[in-house]
Write a protein that binds this ligand. Structure first.
Ligand code: SF4
Ligand code: SF4
Length: 97
């Protein structure tokens, strides 16, 4: 009984770490910085960047199910609007230098 509880806890903790690690690597588009130029949409090798309508406005978003975190979009975005998980501020700063 005790062993089953320990195993269940370990599985739960492992799952949480996996989720946190995956979230830390996800790429995001900073909507306040994006100018909607469309360069990232053209350059993404996975066609993972989509234009959707939100609150009556078209915005660019990354489909996390398609994104492989290759980083191409970060390199090509002229505004530094695409951020990568824990490297969010670094990606932004690098583009503004
Ligand atoms: S390349 Fe950058 S600025 Fe242009 S649409 Fe993509 S995220 Fe926005
Ligand atoms: S990281 Fe790569 S796959 Fe993901 S959105 Fe950017 S260019 Fe596309």
């Amino acid at each position: 009984m005790y062993t089953k509880r320990v195993v269940a806890c370990l599985v739960l903790i492992s799952g949480l770490f996996i989720i946190i690690f995956a979230a830390a690597k996800m790429h995001y588009i900073d909507q306040k910085v994006c100018t909607k130029c469309g360069v990232c949409v053209e350059e993404c090798p996975e066609a993972a960047i989509e234009v959707i309508e939100k609150d009556g406005e078209e915005i660019h978003v990354i489909n996390q199910e398609k994104c492989t975190q290759c980083g191409v979009c970060i390199d090509v975005c002229p505004e530094g609007a695409i951020l990568a998980g824990d490297a969010k501020s670094k990606a932004k700063d690098d583009k503004k230098q």
